[in-house]
Design a protein around this ligand. Structure first.
Ligand code: PHE
Length: 342
């Protein structure tokens, strides 16, 4: 019996086989347990010799079972440790990580700056009806500005009677949408993509603008000037900026001004706020009464300023990026060089 159980215990390589051996020997109905129960029926003499022997057997089998059990547990732990082993001194495996595009970065920067000045963000569709893109902005059908904008028109099949649509040529249609959506007073910016048939070192067929619109009882050109100067100081992170307001013409503003920023090129380095070069960054003016009317706002009670700024342009200026077209080529080397880490 002893040999049988010790052998079975030695041969058990899994916890449940070992448990089966234990039940067979020492369980309630185990072989050894039953024998121990028989002791009581034996004559005293026999019991005296069989008792200690049986007890010794029971103890030996029990000890062997326990030893085997902890041996198996150690082995299992060993195996687990071996399979889950981790060498923390190995060099890390580099994972390819994207970067934040300069345009996205600049959009976030300018959104935060204008938010500090109380401007909320408004949005409009990139496929825009030509009423929003032109008519509502006081650009008549025969107005030359429609040609100047080199518009992408959307094709309509014969019989399609939806109003004509274009890829928006500027973010100004969002002015109208904001007026219609919220009425006066208004303080919004509208950053987004715009499209024109144009392509050279400083123009791409898709680029980005941010529209600004402030409407209230007595908004003035002076507030436009302050807002833009304040923005440029914060955005370009300089104490002093100099902006030049040049009289200009837009159908949707009166008076209108194009705005240049003073800058210099020294050893291929661009400096904002000093030097004798001027870089045009935006168009602006006082919102034309016809535009207010198109947006459902009474021009006798309200007035406002608006501006449209080239986002790619100011990104190039701030981060010294020479070629606009590279912005949209998705060249990984360019993105790694000019992109921002998250
Ligand atoms: N929409 C004009 C452009 O695309 C810019 C502008 C916006 C001018 C608002 C005046 C007021 O050039």
């Amino acid at each position: 019996l002893r040999a049988k159980y010790l052998e079975q215990i030695g041969a058990a390589h899994a916890p449940d086989t070992l448990e089966a051996v234990r039940l067979a020997a020492l369980g309630k109905k185990g072989e050894i347990s039953l024998m121990m129960r028989e002791l009581g029926k034996m004559p005293a003499e026999e019991r005296q010799s069989a008792g200690p022997a049986l007890n010794a057997l029971k103890n030996e089998v029990d000890a062997a079972l326990r030893a085997r059990k902890s041996g198996l547990e150690d082995a299992a732990l060993d195996a687990r440790l071996r399979s889950e082993w981790l060498d923390v001194t190995l060099p890390g495996r580099p994972r390819p990580m994207g970067t934040i595009h300069p345009v996205s970065q600049v959009m976030e920067e300018l959104t935060a700056i204008f938010a500090d000045m109380g401007f909320a963000v408004a949005e409009g569709p990139q496929v825009e009806s030509d009423w929003y893109n032109f008519d509502a902005l006081n650009i008549a059908p025969e107005h030359p500005a429609r040609q100047e904008h080199d518009t992408f028109f959307l094709h309509r099949a014969p019989g399609d009677d939806r109003p004509p649509h274009v890829l928006r040529t500027h973010t100004s249609p969002v002015q109208i949408r904001a007026m219609q959506a919220q009425g006066a007073p208004i303080r919004v910016i509208a950053p987004g993509r715009v499209y024109r048939m144009d392509m050279d070192q400083t123009h791409a067929p898709m680029f980005h603008q941010v529209e600004g619109l402030a409407i209230d009882r007595d908004i003035s050109m002076a507030q436009l000037k302050w807002t833009l100067e304040e923005f440029c100081r914060a955005f370009f992170e300089v104490d002093q900026v100099e902006l030049r307001f040049r009289a200009s013409h837009f159908p949707f503003t009166e008076p209108s001004a194009e705005v240049d920023i003073r800058c210099s090129w020294k050893d291929g380095q661009l400096k904002i706020g000093e030097g004798d070069s001027w870089m045009e960054i935006l168009g602006s003016g006082m919102v034309h009464p016809n535009v207010l009317r198109a947006g459902g706002i009474d021009p006798d009670a309200w007035q406002g300023f608006a501006f449209g700024m080239g986002i790619d342009r100011i990104a190039m200026l701030k981060y010294g990026i020479p070629d606009l077209r590279a912005f949209f080529e998705s060249d990984l080397r360019w993105l790694r060089n000019y992109g921002f880490s998250a």
